[in-house]
Write a protein that binds this ligand. Sequence first.
Ligand code: SAJ
Length: 477
Amino acid sequence: MSKKLQSIINARGPIRNIGVVGMGYVGIPAAVLFADAPEFESVIGFQRDSPSSGYKIGMLNRGESPLKGEEPGLEDLLGKVVGAGKFRCTSDFSEVAACDAVTLAIQTPFLDPKDLIPDFSALTEGLRAVGRHLSEGTLVVLESTVTPGTTERMAREILEDESGLVAGEDFALAHAPERVMVGRLLKNIREHDRIVGGIDDISTARAVELYRPVLTTGTIIPMSATAAEVTKTAENAFRDLQIAAANQLALHCEAMGVNVYDVRAGIDSLKGEGITRAILWPGAGVGGHCLTKDSWHLERGAQVLGGDLWYPHGEESIFGVARKINEFMPRHMVHLTVEGLGRAGKSPEGANVALLGWAFIQNSDDTRNTPAEPYLAAMEEAGATVRVHDPFVDNYLGIEVSHDLDATLAGADVVVIFTGHHHYASLDPVRVKELSGREHPVIVDGRNVVDPDAFIRAGFIYKGIGRGDKNSHLIRR
Ligand code: SAJ
């Protein structure tokens, strides 16, 4: 407990001016909620003026959100805090000097999961930019999900190196991981409990002061910085594991000729007395920026911090196995597609595939690490032509994404559902068959969105993840 840091912070007084580095899905909602809190006077959003994301600065200063997709309440709140002069965005990092607290919400992807090498280049750049202008008594908070040990080690070293100040003596440092999901960013920040972990008690207390005003039903859960890093990476690794278990069960159910959704409902019915058999949903794969990498951060943490993980050498950890199962699901979708085409006497070579849903999650425009991408690549490699439809997503990295469902379905030998957008629940089998113009078009449902019997009655060849009860149905002639 550094008396020096405590006295510097006491002299500085309550947190009034805040900086938020990284105007993305995490930084923007966090910044407007800080700005909307009466406790705080001003919030500056820091964004690199780069060719790919510099446009956000102008939009935000006009009170417009650069985040596409539906984000309830965000545009209004942004307009309000910009209008009130409590929030503005800049690429001038020298303004960090006037901030009492600075948070960093920057992507932390993995370069190479196999060797557990993360890509901290963007985070390092952000930390260096903050360090260069850091003033005594400032609180720095990492909101990005990082390998356990990063706050205490890499972040501390970079900030000290750039500022010449000492963490825990001259400035406070903490980790407070984001827990947001697209489509409910503001709600998640306000209502989810907030894990807050300082490198020391003073840093934890200062971080609690920062986050408490933006919480409504959520409460603060204080712990050490490293425990906070493990909590975040582990909660996503556990979710990935639960999804992998559901996917593995789905594969078993296909082999056993039963409906995984009946089984899931059965397992899920065991409740009460503190019993929760939280079984998640099988599907076409796991995408997004979080579950696809956080297990690797956790794994790397055990290496970086532990070194002596007492576990059979060379044996893969359960989190690694789970990643492999979830990464396998798009390939299983290819398998179901080829099997379905086979039943129609066709092969992928020359087949027309209508791929419905490019976003990684339903009713969103977020395409990060979408499971549809490896599927598209494999089908094209097999000689098929794949047309993509998604109501929320515009063109993606050279892949044409259509908003015209009929045009996408026209002439399709196969219709494959990758994302559970609400639009697809009302697909009319008779209309879809008409558009395909095929006698026995194939439908592959990766999210259990459609009614298999309705499509089978219309003459489709049906395939579904976990639908062992339907995947070998008699073809209606
Ligand atoms: N998925 C399934 N089956 C399920 C749930 C999800 O196949 O039962 C798939 C989804 O289709 C999607 C992927 O997994 O492709 C991820 O979905 P998600 O619902 O986990 O969405 P994320 O990744 O945006 O959100 C997760 C959440 N983590 C936890 O619930 C532990 C969220 O709370 C985190 O804030 C977020 O990661 C993050 O930013 O870390």
